[in-house]
Design a protein around this ligand. Structure first.
Ligand SMILES: C[S@@+](CC[C@H](N)C(=O)[O-])C[C@H]1O[C@@H](n2cnc3c(N)ncnc32)[C@H](O)[C@@H]1O
Length: 221
């Protein structure tokens, strides 16, 4: 590569580079810092999720998944906080989806590409406070469930106004109200989730979790 303006080239070529797996580390690192650091931030984000230790939340999620069967969907799956290959995952982040253990679909959880009443369980693990409209997310997740289905939620309620406009923020109580109003029988708990953002920096999130079983007029499993 002999370029005068690496940044402009990277602006248009970033998607191609993201797809490549054959670049050696120094070249990869060098390119990653161009284009305003967009690729570097992408790499850092992947490292945080891939290098963080397994925590209480992961153990809880594996146990929850072991008790679920049928068609399982995870909204905002990222790389997956579990290794269950039965789960279909959707996310907007391409690099994360490449590492997701199950079938991965690039799609918007707020506008999911499925008909209503399609899944036996819908999971949204740490997505509520990472999306633009958490109430719409709850409505979409509820609509995707078959009668008698299970909704599995987790969130640290760590709102950032650059991601979620403050008028859309929800409290755990409002989530609980939504679930009760829609006829869910709820098992609410708290589980710790640790993210390692640097070699000396970890963040402990106290997530509120729900296993909601919808009490529809069909027999439960
Ligand atoms: C905090 S991460 C959690 C990832 C994973 N569920 C976990 O617990 O490790 C939030 C994820 O939600 C995704 N996300 C945010 N808004 C989304 C949307 N509207 N549709 C799909 N995914 C979304 C992000 O790309 C990110 O991967």
């Amino acid at each position: 590569m002999v370029l005068r303006d690496l940044d402009s080239w990277l602006q248009s070529e970033a998607p191609t580079i993201l797809r490549r797996r054959d670049l050696d580390q120094p070249l990869d690192d060098f390119l990653a810092h161009g284009a305003g650091g967009v690729l570097w931030r992408d790499q850092q984000r992947m490292k945080v999720y891939a290098n963080s230790p397994k925590s209480d939340l992961h153990t809880w999620l594996s146990q929850v998944l072991a008790d679920l069967d049928g068609d399982l969907l995870e909204l905002g799956c990222g790389i997956g906080a579990h290794d269950d290959t039965r789960v279909v995952g959707i996310d907007l982040h391409w690099s994360s989806l490449l590492r997701f253990p199950g079938r991965a679909i690039l799609a918007d959880a707020l506008d999911p590409p499925f008909s209503g009443s399609t899944f036996d369980a819908v999971l949204a693990i740490n997505l509520l406070d990472s999306c633009r409209d958490p109430f719409l997310l709850l409505q979409q997740a509820d609509a995707l469930l078959r009668p008698g289905g299970t909704l599995v939620l987790s969130s640290p309620f760590h709102w950032r106004d650059e991601i979620t406009p403050p008028r859309n923020w929800l409290s755990p109580e409002q989530v609980q109200e939504f679930l009760l109003a829609r006829g869910y029988h709820c098992q609410k708990a708290q589980h710790d989730w640790i993210l390692q953002s640097g070699s000396r920096t970890t963040t402990l999130h106290r997530c509120v979790t729900w296993i909601g079983r919808r009490q529809d007029s069909v027999l439960q499993r």
